[in-house]
Ligand binder design. Sequence first.
Ligand code: FMN
Ligand code: MN
Length: 497
Amino acid sequence: MTQRGSALNFRDFVQELIEAGDAVDIRQPVSPTLEVGAITRRVYETRGPAPLFSNLTEGEPGHRVLGAPAGLTGRADGAYGRLAAHFGLPRETTPRELLERLISAMHADPLPPRVVDGGPCKENVLTGEDVDLTRFPVPLLHAEDGGRYFGTYGFHVVRTPDGRWTSWSVSRTMLHGPRTLVGPAMPQQHLGMIHQMWRERGEPTPWAMVLGAPPAALAAAGMPLPAEVNEDGYVGALAGSPVDVVRTELHDLRVPANSEIVLEGWISPDETAPEGPMGEYHGYSFAESKPQPLFHVETVTHRDDPILPVCVAGLPPEENHTIWGTMISATSLDLLRSSGLPVSMAWCSYEAATCWIAVSVDIGRLAGMELSERQLADAVAEVLFGSHTGWLVPKVILVADDIDVTDIDQLVWAMATRYHPGTGEYVYPQAPGIPMVPYLTPEEARTGRGGKAVISCLLPAQLAGGAPGITASFRNSFPENVRRRVVERWAEYGFRR
Ligand SMILES: Cc1cc2nc3c(=O)[nH]c(=O)nc-3n(C[C@H](O)[C@H](O)[C@H](O)COP(=O)(O)O)c2cc1C
Ligand SMILES: [Mn+2]
């Protein structure tokens, strides 16, 4: 018996989406060469249901692809439903509820995975000459991409040489040959750190990559938890039960037992190959490839009629925003609150392509702390920019907590009416940051420092603990009895919704 439910079973997740009308099973022939990418892109941009491609014109018959696994759904139908399904939560779960859930699991005892003897991922075991990644419908996602991408929504499994720390992390992999992949393993990311430990011993890194993993596991693998924290135990705490894992065929790594596809092999200590370009999370594709480590695949195991999930990165909202951004929001909010700063909420606006995080400040508590705006900005910068999670996000927007930072309309209004040009921006040229941010100068990208700022949208009155005036709105500008009467009679007036 394998684990069931949308959080711990990818196939149940897909089935649940179909039943909720949030995925469509496409039986028409579709080509993995650009057509899968174009349909999925249009789905993100129109907020349509996730496309399940059941009849692909390349790859083994029966193999399938799921696009936009965590795309947003049209507002009226619960925008965050697909994201919530990753955690087995109701479709109407709000971002704030989701963050609180992610944070409480960070403070709970980890539930390490349970090793089971076999599982659906072993239904087909391919070794030796039978290993050929081109048997899968590996998509060419954008016309400008430097190759086909196998791993856009899967995670790497690696372990330190002394066995103390196992890392699950999402990072892309491009098809290089029938038995090789190529992709980034940045030294600041845990994949790169552990790979470096094996390189120092002159050994290849034992490695596996999991596609069609339990959705909660994928999300945790895209979450900047601190170094030395095992994502597999975190997923157990989050899901409320340990993840069932099986041993890999090739080495003693463990992978979720009901995963759709598992690639097993080694990361080369020294070989690299050009990777990219690819349409990326910030919304751009830059016309360059970079040398990245080579991954050798020696064994492949997969479920019958496997489903390969894909993220077609680019303009928001896609999974780099809905999954990565949400997980960054949770770790950042926890960090800011734990440091004693008067922060009520933190949210990487999906529209900002994971390039800013909006932080709401508890004005009442701030007033009691007697911090100047600069002191507050410096304290936030120190806590965030020095952390694993804050390394990823270059800009922090501070607003008072009358603003719901998950509502982009309110955030834009606050930025337009409250940010003071010339004095509302604090810059941190020495702060370390991810070098992929599009506006960095070549020097900043090379050194991995700078281009980071805290932007204050706090009004002078709010800094002093007061209100700026009354926000003229339905909620604020009318007495309770008038509002109630209007809401009750809404349909009577002739309005549909
Ligand atoms: C869909 C998706 C794609 C991602 N692609 C990459 C990538 O190609 N390279 C990378 O370094 N991080 C990528 N990330 C972000 C990392 O997964 C994230 O920063 C995570 O914290 C890394 O794991 P670690 O903290 O254990 O190092 C991606 C995340 C998601 C959700
Ligand atoms: Mn990690």
